[in-house]
Write a protein that binds this ligand. Structure first.
Ligand code: SF4
Length: 336
């Protein structure tokens, strides 16, 4: 049994069949790049890292979903063949969630947004939406629409929060503070919508102690799911330039200390466990890592797959004899 609350626990609360997320790039842009909410974008962001191979922006939402369904069906058939089964899924019904992932998927005219979401839901076997967005880009009108939509489809809103530290958020040019993220999460949950959040662990200037202590603020938010990512330095980003500059300074001046701390896989697994021990046990932890394409990744290059990293986390829990919530202080989301 997992030592943390995995995504399957969340999915089984909402579905009585298997569901697979299919990433969709609906051609959105980002208000933190075009000057509407900010300029230059988040310093770590290179959107070339967002799209899986089956997801081409030249295709409509419907075409991308159909292509994704074919991709996952073939993968299922291969797995079934390996097990010596002739049936693709041995009678297990598979449904899909359209994952609006790239850029800011609530950035646009309401009618245009509604068209895109409805196009996804009209695809056979697509039973819901997962919508990734910025916390400063959700209007009351849009949230009301999502609340209505969830009467007939599953809807999960995922916010990029990234850190509870306003200093870190300023440094990475997020263009919003933590209070804005908390406000969006509360406004979404108040409508009965499931809410998720992304965090990057180990942003420049953040210590391991601070990273784990963020659990206290996270526990107070009405979140259902959490995605954790290690800090990755991606080529072509402002953060990559900052990182290289600091490395060059450190090479030239031994007294200079870079405040980038890139964890080894084992040290990052320990950091994840430090955080999870402090998290409330019902909060679903969907993932611990994200791996940018090798050609774009400057550092750290662990050469691991997701499931191999999960094994490191499990091993660390076993070594410590702990589990998610074993150091939880009992804090739960409370009214604002
Ligand atoms: S991470 Fe998201 S919000 Fe930040 S610049 Fe990239 S697309 Fe925009």
């Amino acid at each position: 049994m997992a030592h943390y609350t995995p995504l399957s626990a969340f999915l089984s609360r909402h579905f009585d069949h298997k569901v697979q997320k299919i990433s969709v790039n609906a051609g959105f842009t980002c208000p933190n790049r075009d000057g509407t909410l900010g300029r230059g974008g988040c310093t770590y962001c290179n959107n070339q890292t967002f799209n899986p191979d089956y997801c081409a922006t030249s295709e409509s939402v419907r075409e991308q979903l159909e292509r994704g369904k074919t991709f996952f069906r073939r993968a299922q058939q291969k797995r079934a063949a390996k097990r010596g089964q002739t049936e693709t899924v041995s009678g297990v019904e598979m449904k899909y969630l359209a994952y609006f992932q790239a850029y800011t998927n609530t950035y646009g005219e309401l009618t245009r947004l509604m068209q895109l979401y409805e196009e996804a839901l009209a695809v056979p076997d697509v039973v819901g939406l997962v919508i990734g967005t910025r916390p400063d880009c959700v209007s009351e009108e849009l949230l009301d629409y999502f609340a209505q939509l969830q009467q007939r489809a599953f809807v999960l809103i995922e916010y990029g929060v990234e850190s509870t530290s306003d200093a870190s958020l300023r440094r990475i040019n997020r263009g919003h503070d933590f209070a804005t993220a908390a406000d969006a999460i509360w406004r979404t949950a108040a409508r009965g919508l499931p809410v998720g959040a992304h965090f990057i662990l180990g942003l420049p200037g953040e210590s391991a102690d601070f990273t784990a202590a963020q659990a206290a603020d996270i526990n107070r938010l009405p979140l259902d799911t959490l995605k954790l990512h290690q800090l990755q330095i991606v080529r072509g980003t402002a953060m990559a330039r900052e990182f290289v500059e600091q490395q060059e300074k450190a090479a030239a001046d031994p007294s200079f200390r870079s405040d980038f701390h890139l964890y080894s896989a084992e040290a990052y697994a320990a950091l994840v466990v430090d955080l999870l021990e402090r998290l409330r046990p019902d909060l679903v932890v969907e993932r611990f890592t994200s791996f940018s394409p090798k050609a774009l990744l400057l550092a750290p290059d662990w050469g691991l797959k997701n499931h191999e990293f999960t094994t490191l986390v499990e091993r660390e829990f076993v070594r410590r004899g702990t589990h998610q919530g074993s150091l939880w202080d009992g804090t739960t989301p409370s009214s604002r």
